[in-house]
Write a protein of this length. Structure first.
Length: 241
């Protein structure tokens, strides 16, 4: 009889794991492909709770090629994405794509022929998740951008444990505006450092490194520093829902 409660506990634990296969996919992934100019270029994919982004760029030149992403879900066999943005095909926005996948250790396989290697599992950075901007200081005055949380116009930062990407888009007009990203680190002293690997509006910014102060206040991310243009930055970000 003593064994029965233990068996129930084991079965309960197994059931919880079986109900959440998606947790195994969280983090950053990378792959490569041959672009239209015959160059070996990079693919990076960031998957966080509820949202994902995939981006193609050339690491040697810093040239941005394309990005897409949105809300996702997965069971043990299939991965689905509802597009919120697609820089190369705006007609995809609002549509759903589903593809089979397999996960073997640190290798993720889509459609049985596209291989991705894990970069991180959502650690060690302190900012893993999908964030949207809700406040920005301009001319000494903090602008309230919280209305964007329920509107179609979005500026999102999607963060794994080591990689970041920001994307500006509009789900009503299907418009993609801009993106940039690369790798990042945080430390216990509240320092956030990002190294830019691609920037859609200016590939010359690839390779630049920026340092900011960060603080989590009631779950919101307060971000302060100086932009690549030397302008002061003071922003507030909140996790997307």
């Amino acid at each position: 009889m003593r064994f029965f409660p233990f068996l129930l506990l084991v079965l309960s634990s197994f059931t919880l794991q079986a109900q959440s296969p998606a947790t195994q996919l969280l983090g950053a992934w990378e792959s490569t492909f041959v672009d239209s100019e015959g160059r070996n270029s990079n693919l990076t994919m960031t998957i966080v709770d509820g949202f994902m982004a995939m981006t193609a760029y050339n690491a040697d030149s810093g040239e941005f090629i394309a990005t897409l992403g949105g809300r996702w879900r997965a069971d043990w066999d299939n991965f689905s994405i509802t597009y919120e943005f697609d820089s190369s095909d705006s007609s995809q926005v609002g549509g759903v794509a589903t593809m089979p996948y397999k996960l073997s250790g640190s290798v993720l396989i889509f459609n049985e022929d596209k291989f991705w290697t894990r970069v991180d599992d959502g650690t060690p950075g302190a900012l893993a998740g999908a964030w949207e901007i809700i406040g920005r200081k301009r001319d000494g005055v903090m602008q309230d951008l919280s209305s964007r949380r329920t509107g179609p116009r979005k500026t999102m930062k999607i963060m794994s444990g080591k990689r970041f990407q920001w994307i500006a888009f509009n789900t009503e007009t299907n418009q993609f505006s801009a993106t940039g990203g690369g790798s990042y680190t945080t430390n216990k002293e509240g320092l956030y450092i990002e190294k830019i690997e691609f920037f859609s509006r200016d590939p010359a910014r690839a390779g630049q490194q920026l340092s900011f102060d960060f603080e989590l206040v009631n779950g919101d991310w307060v971000h302060r520093g100086v932009s690549t243009k030397g302008d002061p930055v003071h922003e507030v970000w909140s996790l997307r829902k």
